[in-house]
Design a protein around this ligand. Structure first.
Ligand SMILES: [Zn+2]
Length: 236
């Protein structure tokens, strides 16, 4: 059985509560990488997410493309969102256990990549997700949280030929030991999904359909107790 953390990017949105009703209802604790402008638009959904025990990560203030920004513009994007998340945890009356960051689009800043990694290190972001493929891919230095499997379900609303079957095919094809395949036994994955009202308009309850499909195929979603050594999660 493959094990996975579920990460959901780009929220909160108007359907975050509904997504969390479903996930917590079946015992899945997600990691939500929030965007600052979305937190401002959907503050009560953001507060509820914290109160319910979802782990909230920093996904920048405006979801800018870090490969097109200057170093200082990137830092403003991260810092501005840090202030919002600190206030969010304070307003929700919850302790912020993990300080984690994911680059929008997975773009690590181009020419500024090394300096941004230093910045994340200096600012004491957690680097506790350590996978074999991270290390072998030369990412052992990485302070940000990447992913091992992307549903790419956001393409349902833009690509005519991209359907639910396309996603199912990519799940079934995720059996590559080098890429830490989702359906391989004894693997640990970071699964990426998105929090979009527009996707839900195209395929209602898409999050439920995709989670159910992967679970049916043997994926076990585990609590976010971040890995520390030998790729084995610490119990929590
Ligand atoms: Zn994103």
């Amino acid at each position: 059985m493959g094990r996975a953390y579920l990460t959901i990017d780009d929220g909160p949105s108007e359907i975050t509560d509904k997504i969390l009703d479903y996930l917590f209802g079946i015992g899945i604790t997600p990691i939500l990488f929030f965007v600052g402008t979305q937190v401002e638009l959907n503050y009560s959904q953001a507060i509820n997410a914290v109160k319910r025990g979802a782990v909230i990560g920093n996904h920048s203030y405006s979801h800018a493309d870090f490969n097109k920004l200057t170093e200082s513009e990137c830092i403003v994007e991260i810092e501005k969102q840090e202030i919002i998340l600190e206030k969010l945890y304070h307003d929700a009356g919850a302790e912020r256990t993990y300080k984690i960051f994911r680059f929008p689009y997975g773009h690590r800043g181009g020419a500024n990549e090394a300096r941004l990694q230093e910045f994340l290190y200096y600012k004491k972001f957690n680097r506790k997700i350590q996978y074999k493929w991270y290390i072998e891919g030369g990412y052992s230095y990485a302070m940000d949280v990447y992913w091992t499997f992307d549903f790419r379900e956001y393409l349902l609303k833009t690509e005519k030929d991209f359907t639910l079957d396309t996603i199912k095919d990519s799940i079934n094809a995720s059996t590559d030991p080098v890429a830490n395949g989702l359906l391989l036994p004894n693997t640990y994955n970071i699964v990426l999904m998105h929090d979009f009202v527009t996707t839900n308009q195209v395929l209602e309850d898409y999050y439920k359909i995709l989670i159910e499909y992967t679970r049916k195929n043997g994926v076990e979603y585990i609590k976010p107790c971040f890995l520390t050594r030998n790729h084995v999660p610490i119990s929590c």
